[in-house]
Write a protein that binds this ligand. Structure first.
Ligand code: C5P
Length: 218
């Protein structure tokens, strides 16, 4: 049975998470936040004091970790039974996630975990390589981006709202560093699929982006 997929790829802070969640809700589809899988692995590695330079050890931890996702209004993630939701959003988690995400064996090890989210009646998948590597046969693909200044500003607001201390200049630097790493890595770099719709959300309200994406589906 064919299961439709909508992929939304792009750099961090472009609004992929919010847009994907809203679109999934409107369509009644499942939602995959693939970044949270890399982030969960980062947390698992920190908890086990794993050697981040040892790819074989990282792959072992990736294969052993049991993840549970509860995609209600807010995403809740459990790692081996423990709620790690609060730690997921930290910039330090994102930075480690982006370092280990550059390792080909780690990406291979996490591929099936991501593809398992493809279930009826459909899936909205958000990440960096959803349309290029994980679901290349998706019939609807979007590449959502925004200027790095706008993305830093949004991330800053998100963190402050969550009560997490943040510094705008540091966030901007980290975002640019993470973009560079995500785009320059050899395996599954952040890139637009040739058949994706390009949306720049710098000057668009979330609702306008959601509408544009829903138009694509209909
Ligand atoms: O999207 P998010 O900021 O949560 O992703 C954290 C990191 O995980 C990214 O910087 C990226 O390096 C990695 N990632 C990836 N492929 C994906 C999703 C995230 O490499 N599909």
């Amino acid at each position: 049975m064919h299961i439709p997929v909508l992929t939304i790829d792009g750099p961090s802070g472009a609004g992929k998470g919010t847009v994907s969640r809203l679109v999934a809700k409107k369509l009644g589809w499942h939602y995959l936040d693939s970044g949270s899988i890399y982030r969960s692995l980062a947390i698992a590695l920190l908890k086990q004091s794993a050697d981040l330079a040892n790819e074989a050890e990282i792959i072992k931890v990736a294969q052993a970790m049991a993840l549970e996702f509860d995609c209600g209004d807010e995403l809740v993630v459990k790692l081996n039974g423990e709620d790690i939701t609060d730690q997921l959003a930290l910039e330090s988690t994102g930075n480690i996630a982006s370092q280990i995400a550059a390792l080909p064996g780690v990406r291979r090890g996490l591929l099936q975990k991501q593809q398992n989210f493809r279930q009826l009646p459909g899936l909205v998948a958000d990440g960096r390589d959803m349309g290029t590597v994980v679901f290349p046969d998706a019939e609807n693909k979007v590449f959502l981006t925004a200027s790095s200044a706008k993305r830093a500003e949004r991330r800053y607001k998100q963190l402050i709202e969550k009560g997490i201390d943040a510094n705008l200049v540091n966030i901007m630097n980290e975002i640019e560093e993470r973009d560079r790493r995500d785009m320059e890595r050899k395996t599954a770099p952040l890139a637009m699929a040739s058949d994706a719709l390009y949306i720049d959300s710098s000057d668009l309200a979330i609702e306008a982006v959601v509408e544009e994406v829903l138009n694509l589906i209909h």
